[in-house]
Write a new protein. Structure first.
Length: 216
């Protein structure tokens, strides 16, 4: 799989380098354009797993992992009197926040994860006290008065048909701890490992988020 990717990168490096040097500014779909040498992409795009993805858009993670949700519409909260109410609302990543990825194929990433429109909405309900959506729907228990604890054993899968060949991802909920004392600001520690497979190969990645959070 890595040999095939290297060949693709070499084949596309020269035309892409010339395009960047000439001020070429295309608008390809996410994951359609291969990265150039030194992981270069057009302005406004980032190289992930050998392909160019728009900054802030749902993109590739690891060897093709589909990116995070920018949040589902929901009621924005500002904290409340009950233990559950303080978590309910739309939470956005703010500085300092990072996403780190380490994959079995050797791909690694350590990226600032704020200013990209990344957010998630926490609501009441599900099979636990709270529910959120970030890559998957996750049911969250209260680990304490001020933090959440993900309900174990949760997974979800998605086949990304816009990639060639199509890639199937399966995410696993390992850790999702949102902590807040005032219902308006807090921190997130999340581990969401995932597996990927296609006709070109398969593997797995560990995805770790550490973030400062603010409720919108």
């Amino acid at each position: 799989m890595r040999t095939r990717l290297s060949a693709i990168l070499i084949a596309t490096a020269l035309p892409l380098a010339l395009a960047v040097a000439c001020g070429y500014s295309p608008n390809p779909a996410n994951g359609e354009l291969h990265c150039g040498s030194s992981n270069t992409c057009p302005e406004g795009y980032s190289c992930m797993s050998g392909r160019c993805w728009k900054d802030g858009a749902a993109g590739s993670t690891g060897t093709g992992g589909s990116g995070g949700s920018t949040g589902r519409g929901g009621t924005t909260g500002t904290g409340g009197s009950s233990q559950v109410d303080r978590f309910i609302g739309t939470w956005s990543f703010v500085l300092p926040s990072t996403r780190m990825i380490s994959c079995t194929d050797g791909y690694t990433e350590n990226k600032e994860w704020s200013g990209l429109g990344e957010m998630f909405v926490v609501t009441a309900g599900g099979s636990a006290a709270l529910r959120t959506h970030y890559y998957c729907d996750w049911d969250l228990n209260l680990g304490s008065d001020t933090s959440t604890l993900i309900k174990p054993g949760q997974t979800c899968s998605l086949t990304e048909t816009s990639l060639m060949p199509p890639v199937t991802y399966t995410w696993h909920g390992m850790l999702f701890t949102l902590s807040t004392t005032n219902g308006g600001a807090g921190t997130l520690a999340a581990d969401i490992p995932y597996d990927y497979s296609s006709t070109a190969g398969s593997g797995s990645c560990m995805m770790h988020f550490t973030g400062s959070m603010a409720k919108n």
